[in-house]
Design a protein around this ligand. Structure first.
Ligand SMILES: Cc1cc2nc3c(=O)[nH]c(=O)nc-3n(C[C@H](O)[C@H](O)[C@H](O)COP(=O)(O)O)c2cc1C
Length: 184
């Protein structure tokens, strides 16, 4: 499957079969994350692979919205991946931000790694859904994330048990400008 096909086919999956994901397949998906670019090649991401159902149940409780289907899916999917980052390194020198984005470039780096992961997962027939609506402090305590790191996003990983319709996107004509912002 070429990259554009994965991009087109990927959708957030919130219902999963309990079919296991073998280690080779999991490693391929993680390798895609590992190869992502990052600020000055800092690679501050860390990925926690969670299979323990008690830990998954505790993570679901960190959801900021009760009944969030994306979080409920953690129960069904065989694997949950929590993407963490070391803070104050990406976009920083000597721990101080060097751009007007403060120290938040770690969010960008983790997103790049996650998107690699998600697209390769799609190419292997696996489903994912980015989960951001959770209490990262509480989730960090559950997963033993040390000071200086935070959990940026979580995704279930498993074989889809639904085929959702594609969500609408803005047309290119709405989001592309020429030479100056707003100029069509
Ligand atoms: C940063 C981010 C955070 C998200 N957080 C959640 C979430 O907490 N719960 C959820 O069910 N979906 C979450 N989503 C999934 C979006 O709702 C979904 O990507 C969007 O509606 C587009 O649908 P699609 O992924 O099927 O194309 C999140 C997506 C992103 C990119």
């Amino acid at each position: 499957m070429d990259v554009m096909e994965s991009v087109r086919k990927r959708k957030s999956i919130r219902a999963y079969k309990n079919t296991p994901v073998d280690d080779k397949t999991l490693n391929t998906v993680l390798e895609a994350a590992r190869l992502a670019p990052s600020w000055a090649n800092t690679q501050t991401w860390r990925f926690i692979i969670i299979k323990d159902s008690d830990i998954k149940a505790k993570l679901i409780e960190t959801s900021l919205r009760a009944g969030n289907r994306g979080f409920e899916a953690l129960r069904e999917a065989p694997i949950t991946i929590a993407a963490c980052a070391e803070m104050n390194r990406a976009g920083c020198r000597d721990g101080q931000p060097v751009t007007d984005k403060a120290g938040y470039w770690f969010m960008f780096d983790v997103a790049l790694a996650m998107q690699n992961l998600v697209l390769v997962a799609e190419s292997l027939g696996l489903g994912t859904v980015y989960l951001g609506g959770f209490d990262a402090q509480k989730a960090g305590e559950i997963l033993g994330v040390p000071a200086g790191y935070c959990i940026v996003a979580i995704t279930p990983l498993g074989y889809p048990d639904e085929q959702p319709e594609a969500k609408p996107r803005k047309e290119l004509s709405e989001i592309i400008f020429h030479d100056r912002f707003g100029s069509k």
